[in-house]
Design a protein around this ligand. Structure first.
Ligand code: HSE
Length: 328
């Protein structure tokens, strides 16, 4: 065994985190890390937009100056969970250039800039992990990337937005009004700060854009995909679905065609009750994958909310230990 392989040398560096954002996900991560003492990762500083808000964490942890985190040589991981995709892109690019690994939950930014980000990541030799950005607690990116062979992946159908699934479930099972269901989704921390992004399908198509990259190696732009949200789904649709013994779900789908191309879209659909996606209720997400040898598989878990999303961020932070031999 060489000296490099002794356990003393293997655990040589701690994970020191600079966290951007202390909303539903950021605060969730702070709590989750406090309950996971076995993971030797410390949040050194949190960058927030509004210093005035009361927060359940020591005041000295917070700053509004992004460079305090980005220029701190001790911080080796930037965790970025803000909902401003323009600011997020600048933060991530600077973090790479400053030699820091990045864990991100910014769906819109990743959908719009994945190619450039992957290139920069490779040039700078940093890690870029974003498991929390699609389907929250379901490790869908890791599975698509590591388990399946593109050639054998026949199709994927998925529910990737928790808020719209919550609204559809509450409207059609509990007879809540659209407005009340949306308010609940907002109060529970599932919806985007601009809920139009959920309801009109933007959030789902953003996630679908980069999931297609991990499934089929396709680099595309969200606006090149056919999509619509649940904004036009109404009581009449619910009645028709009920009469046919079906449920309505916002489904993202992709299928490999005979000519090797992939057809993809995000649309509300009537779903039969023997379809795995019909079991996906409330803020849960689900992914049905059909592939050559594995046949059909179904992944299921919470797709929105503080702890389920923070758990995926935690798994990315944890993954860095193995990739970069940080202390644990
Ligand atoms: N607004 C998103 C959703 C949050 O409802 O799925 C999780 O990405």
């Amino acid at each position: 065994m060489s000296a490099e392989n002794t356990s003393a040398n293997y655990h040589h560096k701690s994970l020191v985190i600079g966290l951007f954002g202390f909303g539903v996900v950021g605060e969730g991560l702070y709590k989750v890390l406090n309950q996971t003492p076995s993971l030797k990762a410390t949040i050194k500083k949190v960058c927030i937009k509004n210093a005035g808000k009361p927060r359940q964490a020591p005041a000295e942890l917070f700053t509004t100056a992004r460079d305090v985190l980005l220029n701190d040589p001790e911080i080796n991981v930037i965790v970025e969970v803000i909902d401003d995709s323009v600011a997020a892109f600048e933060i991530v690019k600077t973090a790479f250039k400053n030699g820091k690994h990045v864990v991100s939950a910014s769906k819109k930014m990743i959908a719009e800039h994945l190619e450039e980000l992957l290139q920069l990541q490779q040039e700078t030799g940093q890690s870029f992990l974003y498991e929390s950005s699609a389907c929250a607690s379901i490790p869908v990116i890791r599975n698509l990337e590591e388990y399946y062979d593109n050639d054998l992946l026949h199709s994927i159908r998925a529910i990737v937005n928790g808020s719209t699934n919550y609204i559809l479930t509450k409207m059609f099972e509990d007879k809540l009004s659209y407005r009340d269901a949306l308010i609940q989704a907002q109060q529970l921390g599932f919806a985007e700060s601009n809920p139009k992004l959920d309801v009109e399908g933007y959030d789902a198509v953003n996630k679908w854009t980069f999931l297609l990259t991990h499934a089929y190696g396709i680099i595309t732009n969200p606006l090149e995909l056919l999509f619509t949200g649940i904004q036009n789904v109404n009581a009449f649709d619910a009645q028709v679905a009920g009469e046919k013994g079906r449920v309505i779900r916002l489904v993202a789908q992709a299928k490999k065609l005979g000519n090797g191309k992939v057809a993809a879209a995000v649309l509300p659909q009537f779903i039969t009750q023997d379809d795995h996606l019909s079991f996906v209720r409330n803020e849960y997400n689900g992914v049905v994958i059909e592939s050559g040898f594995a046949d059909k598989q179904f992944f299921y878990g919470k797709g929105a909310g503080s702890f389920p999303t923070a758990s995926a961020v935690l798994s990315d932070i944890s993954a860095l230990r193995y990739d970069y031999k940080y202390e644990y």
